[in-house]
Design a protein. Structure first.
Length: 204
């Protein structure tokens, strides 16, 4: 009787592992589509930190996305353990909707790194809005939440999102917070994007 119970438990364990594997965000994928960094929901918070809206929108947003293409694709592949192909035109178009109203020069009590205006529903709506060339597969997008510099320390929050291109179902999403670092406005805040890459390990 004990042998039967042990055998039954073993079968249940194997089935549970198989189900977990099949429900994994990247299960069965032979590549991952990089959809870009969406800044259309971001808040840029800090007295005098983001003074020139004309430089930020859309020029610096495009630069940050291009830096990923130029420098970070090998690191994305390393974190995902899969080849990465790019399809960022949809996010590039979305970023054109970003405006100076997203800059907060006079922060209030809710303009901290711990707060967020982005909810899972906002993430789901954003994913559905991207006009991608790809019609199938699994894609990754980073949705920038907020970049905050109150005093000397800069911090940023990004939603790391994995979604099915065909159905637009969100398979994985996680908000990650890290410190900014580097010389110059572009490099200083781009460090947040580089740091967010580490969260992709949780999706594989």
């Amino acid at each position: 009787m004990k042998k039967i119970i042990l055998l039954f438990a073993l079968v249940l364990g194997i089935n549970a592992l198989a189900a977990d594997k099949n429900s994994h965000p990247l299960a069965g994928a032979d590549k991952v589509i990089w959809a870009g960094v969406d800044y259309s929901h971001a808040r840029f918070i800090g007295p005098g930190e983001f003074p020139n809206a004309d430089t930020l929108f859309p020029g610096l947003l495009d630069e940050w996305n291009n830096l990923v293409l130029q420098e970070r694709l090998p690191f994305l592949e390393k974190e995902l353990h899969l080849p990465v192909v790019t399809d960022i035109n949809g996010v590039t178009e979305v970023n054109k909707s970003a405006t100076a109203s997203q800059i907060v020069n006079q922060p209030g009590p809710t303009d901290t790194i711990g707060e967020s205006l982005i909810t899972p529903d906002v993430v789901a709506q954003a994913v559905r809005s991207y006009k991608l060339q790809s019609t199938t597969g699994v894609a990754v997008v980073f949705i920038a939440d907020r970049f905050v510099k109150l005093g000397k320390k800069g911090e940023g929050a990004v939603w790391v999102v994995v979604f099915d291109v065909g159905s637009r179902n969100v398979l994985f999403s996680e908000r990650t917070v890290s410190k900014a670092a580097g010389f110059g406005l572009r490099n200083y805040w781009f460090r947040i994007i580089k740091n967010a890459e580490r969260e992709l390990a949780k999706a594989r």
